[in-house]
Design a protein. Sequence first.
Length: 466
Amino acid sequence: MIRTAMYARISQDRHGDGLSIERQRADCEKVAADRQWAITGEYVDNDISAYSGKLRPGFEAMLADIEAGQFDAVVAYHQDRLTRRPAEFETFLATCQRAGVKLFATARGDTNIGEGDGIMTARIYAAVAANQSDAASRRIKRKNEERAAAGMPHVTGQRAYGYELDKMTVVESEAIVIRKLVSKFLAGDSLISLARWLQAEGIKTATGKHEWRVPTVRNLLWTGRIAGLLERNGELVGPGKWPAIITVAQHEQIRHRLTQNAQTKRRSPRRYLLAGKVYCGACGTKMVSSPDGDRTRYGCRKGPDHGGCNKVFIAGGALDDLIADAVLTRLDAPELAKALAEQPDDDAEAVALTRQIVADTEHKNQLAQAFGQRLIDQSDWFNALKPIVERLEVAKMRLGRLNSHNGLAQHVGNGAKLREAWTTPEMTLQTQAAIVASILDRVIILPATQRSNRLDVSRVRPVWSL
């Protein structure tokens, strides 16, 4: 019997009916039946793009089970359902090679990922899929820029709460909820109390799938959309051409209070090495670190302030020790030094990028002032702003990468020395966390298969930034 893993994915299911997944499942079952393969595991990711880089719990779970030797083959409707990112495909390929999985089939045919020609063909498909996604992304971006210049909302993405899918037509039942939220918030209610009120009333989000969480409520109140205001890259740029649900004055009061709340908060000292780095392998939510008696643990918490599945937990101290050891070992790995050497690392470029960011930010502010003083109209403002914003996005991304690599460079090859100093008083938790963050993007924790007080290393999947 050929044990087969079936993977299906859609990036957006606006009606929540999952029909696209069912069609993929039917096609995959036919592909397997034609080859007399037995589908012994099904993995599904709904409403998650394979190009965005977001965590896909179904995909990660499949990789873990392939690694564990549970399959002989993989089937998907098409290779781009599996992944549209060449780097992610390489991870899939390496996992299959370690597990001895050579058979990969789609509705278009078979690929032997255990031999050279098959691997080359699959890599070409991955590169083509990535290019198609990139081209589609550019087309959508241009279309949205044209709509924004005309005062129209973006047409992509999920339905915005309070409006129909066209983002122009008000959903009156939801508009009533928004007005109640605004009234309660301006009267002094906290965000968490509003989230609890929404859940207690049985009110659904725009997707109808998820519980109300504090970030969801905050984003709904913060957005200029509900006041009929157009936003671009997080900044208000003028009136939109859709009906407002609340007044501009209310919107300004909301933003003032939210800003005041943010300014009065003080970040508590770091208490956990991997805080903010641990993600649930079941639902993709960031896991929360907390005390557990005299120990600590990371958990996927459920509730208005978290929004996880409440199903995945792991011992904090043991996980911290495991990842710290993996980080220190990786810092001395020859392949890391080679990879870093291939990355551009130019102080002069960093200085130039910083100067460009400062100059373009000043130009953007000057344009905003000119628009506010009605020296230029909205169309001229957008046309002038577009190249500035594009340069800023590229420059900030490039500078971030340079800074990240510079932080990592001082640690590469020093893993053994850092290990000796790891538990000394001079090595603070903040310093340890900075070292870990220089190389670790995130840690994915898969669900436990059995109860145990010992750390199951097979559940832990570190994702390296380099």
